[in-house]
Structure formats: structure tokens, C-alpha cells
Design a protein around this ligand. Structure first.
Ligand code: SF4
Ligand code: SF4
Length: 376
């Protein structure tokens, strides 16, 4: 094992290979306060990439309900219960990562779901955390009883477990964008990646006898466009772009702004030690004690920042940019009225009003001789 720096857990950690960061790192941010579990993202992905034979069960993008849902069933509980105490001292994780907790002769601590666990993608869907009493009403944050939706794709990890586990070296991380791919011609279907990935996002195709996983929609990324799951998101909860390490963060990069400056978009099970590149804005109605295990110790602060966004003009502006364009935004700018997004060449690709303009039409349209009703 080598020692590599993992900024998400604030310390050096064990990994099989030396630190080798790509020139740019693909990342997605999800605002969990806005997901409605319509599954449009899942279908956009499925119809684009996994409609072939042997791919029937595959959801490279899935959306599950928390606390009880999961696809495959119990993927998170299975590994969390094996990992043992997951303690933090401030922003430093003092427990063991999955690489550090590996059994002798193993590269990583793993949980392998049963075949049946892949057969019920919607078990636990819409189940709340407890019983709702007759006459209950919601008055405070967090809510006494809660649930929320968790959309997930491969995290194109900085320290991928799938890549480290492959005995064929068939998995690689692209230098230009950090996307993790499986070379289908090198893979022999040993399924070590399926076993190793704690997020269970590498999947075996029984027809082709090789493993497959989310490809980060790299043909779109190469054209400066966001992924299928992002551009098709009905709730406009997602933004796709490139994240920097904290010491190279740029305040005008929308991803860096939300992750490093405002610190409201948090990594997903950072204690696993893979430095995943999925970031979540935590749902403000959910018990922080539950979310802390999922997103680390900065959760409560992030929830407070989100609740106060209405008093933070710049943050509010960036939140309206989420879901406003199909183009990857490399920089953004804000003035009194508008938020602007720019592509890699600095060309303006989107301009969004920060407050929706209010338009009141005349009660009587003289041209059409028609009477109208305005609804607020
Ligand atoms: S399309 Fe967007 S809102 Fe709908 S389930 Fe997917 S992430 Fe949630
Ligand atoms: S989420 Fe899993 S499949 Fe994706 S890069 Fe990380 S370890 Fe590999």
C-alpha cells in the first residue's frame, strides 16, 4: 500500500497505487432538497447506455429512498457495519478507510450483495423513518419523521476501488477528465471490481461475460456538454463540471464554489477513502445524525448555509444556475439581476434571472377580444 493525500478526510491514507491526479476531475453535485424521484435520470441513462442484452438489471444511474431503500439492497449497510467506528476529529477522519481495514491478503474491505439483492430496485421506496401520528404536522427543521431521495451514479473516484482491484489492469482513469473506464477488450470477467466497489457501481454482464460501469457520458463531456442524467433531470437538481483540489480551487468555478468555498456540497461516504466525485447538498429536513455518517462532519453547517441562501445573493444566483444549461460551466458571474455561465473558452452560454420576473397580463386582451384570468 502507498500513502496518498485524500483532502476529503483531511489526511494521508492508504491506496494501492501512488497519487496520480488527472488534469481535470469530472464531478456532479446533486441538490437533495429538490429531487422528486421521477427516475427520468435513470431512464435517460438506461435508454442511452444499458438497453442491451445482459444489461436488464443495470442502473448506472439509480435513485433510491433513504433511510430504507437501496440498489442493490443494503449496499450501504453491508459495508458500513463491517467498517467499524467511523470517527472524525474536526475535519480529519480518524477511523480506518476501506483500504486500511482490508483483511489480510485483500486489497479492500468489501461487501458482496446476493443476486437477489439486485432484483428489487424499489424496495423501501417512499418509506419514512418512522410512524407518522394522526394529526402530525411539520413545524421545525429537521422534521421528526423524514425520508429523502438519493440519486447515485459511479463517482469516478480519485482513488477507485474498482481500478485497484483489477488483476488485468483493465480499468483506467482518464488523464483529461478523471473518468474511470473499463477496457472491455482487456476485461476477463473476474468481477474483482464488482466485489471491490463499495458503492456497487461496477456490474457484470452475464451475456458478454465482462464487467461494465457508468462511463460518465464521456462523448458528451468531450464536447463540453453535461451527462445524460444531468441534462434530463426534471427537478433541475444536478450540475456537472470539474472540481479542483482545495489548494487549486477557483471561486468562479461553480463546482469549486459550492464544494470548497460555500462548503454546502459534500462528498459521499468520504470515510471509505476513495475520494468520490459525487457531491450532495444535504436535505435540510433530515436528521443531521443520519446525514453525518453519509456526508461527513460538515453536514450541519452546510444545512445552515443552505437555509440562509435567501440572504446570500451570490449563492442564490448559483443555485438558479443549476439545471439551467446543457453546457459545462467553467466559470460564472453574478450581478444584481442575473447569473451568467461561461464555457471553457469564456463564451457566455447561459444567463438566468435570479428572481423570476413577475408578468401580469391585462384582464382584457383587446386584440383577441378575450378575457383572461391571472393566477398568482
Ligand atoms: S431526474 Fe432529477 S428529480 Fe428526477 S429522480 Fe432524477 S435526480 Fe431526481
Ligand atoms: S464508484 Fe465504484 S465503480 Fe465508480 S470509480 Fe469508484 S470504485 Fe470504481
Amino acid at each position: 500500500m502507498r500513502k496518498v493525500y485524500n483532502w476529503q478526510i483531511g489526511r494521508n491514507a492508504s491506496y494501492i497505487y501512488p497519487e496520480n491526479r488527472p488534469k481535470k476531475q469530472w464531478a456532479i453535485i446533486f441538490d437533495l432538497n429538490k429531487c422528486i424521484s421521477c427516475q427520468t435520470c435513470s431512464l435517460a441513462c438506461k435508454t442511452t447506455w444499458t438497453s442491451g442484452k445482459g444489461q436488464e438489471y443495470m442502473f448506472w444511474n439509480n435513485v433510491e429512498s433513504k433511510p430504507y431503500g437501496g440498489y442493490p439492497i443494503g449496499w450501504d449497510l453491508g459495508i458500513l457495519s463491517k467498517l467499524g467506528p467511523q470517527e472524525w476529529k474536526g475535519n480529519k477522519y480518524t477511523g480506518k478507510t476501506l483500504f486500511e481495514a482490508a483483511d489480510k491478503d485483500e486489497k479492500i474491505l468489501y461487501h458482496l450483495p446476493e443476486d437477489a439483492d439486485w432484483a428489487h430496485p424499489n424496495l423501501g421506496e417512499d418509506e419514512a423513518s418512522g410512524m407518522i401520528n394522526q394529526g402530525d404536522w411539520i413545524a421545525t427543521y429537521p422534521h421528526r419523521i423524514w425520508m429523502f431521495y438519493l440519486p447515485r451514479t459511479c463517482a469516478h473516484c480519485t482513488y477507485p476501488a474498482c481500478l485497484s482491484a483489477c488483476p488485468r489492469k483493465a480499468i483506467y482513469k482518464r488523464e483529461e477528465d478523471g473518468i474511470v473506464l473499463i477496457d472491455q477488450s482487456r476485461c476477463r470477467g473476474y468481477r474483482e471490481c464488482v466485489r471491490a466497489c463499495p458503492y456497487k457501481k461496477s456490474m457484470f454482464n452475464v451475456e458478454t461475460r465482462v464487467s461494465e460501469k457508468c462511463i460518465g457520458c464521456y462523448p458528451k463531456i468531450e464536447k463540453g456538454e453535461m451527462t445524460q442524467c444531468v441534462t434530463n433531470c426534471i427537478g433541475k437538481i444536478r450540475i456537472n463540471g470539474f472540481v479542483s483540489t482545495p489548494d487549486n480551487a477557483r471561486k468562479d468555478n461553480p463546482m469549486d464554489y459550492l464544494i470548497h468555498y460555500k462548503k454546502i456540497a459534500l462528498p459521499y461516504y468520504p470515510q471509505f477513502g476513495l475520494e468520490p466525485n459525487l457531491y450532495y447538498i444535504p436535505p435540510i429536513h433530515v436528521a443531521p445524525s443520519f446525514l453525518e455518517q453519509m456526508f461527513g462532519p460538515k453536514v450541519e453547517k452546510a444545512m445552515g448555509t443552505y437555509i440562509n441562501a435567501r440572504n446570500d445573493h451570490e449563492l442564490q444566483a448559483l443555485l438558479v444556475l443549476i439545471g439551467s444549461t446543457e453546457k459545462i460551466l467553467h466559470t460564472f458571474k453574478v450581478d444584481e439581476e442575473y447569473a451568467y455561465g461561461y464555457d471553457e473558452q469564456g463564451k457566455e452560454v447561459v444567463k438566468v434571472p435570479i428572481t423570476e420576473p413577475k408578468i401580469i397580463r391585462d384582464y382584457h386582451d383587446a386584440k383577441l377580444n378575450a378575457y383572461r384570468q391571472n393566477t398568482p
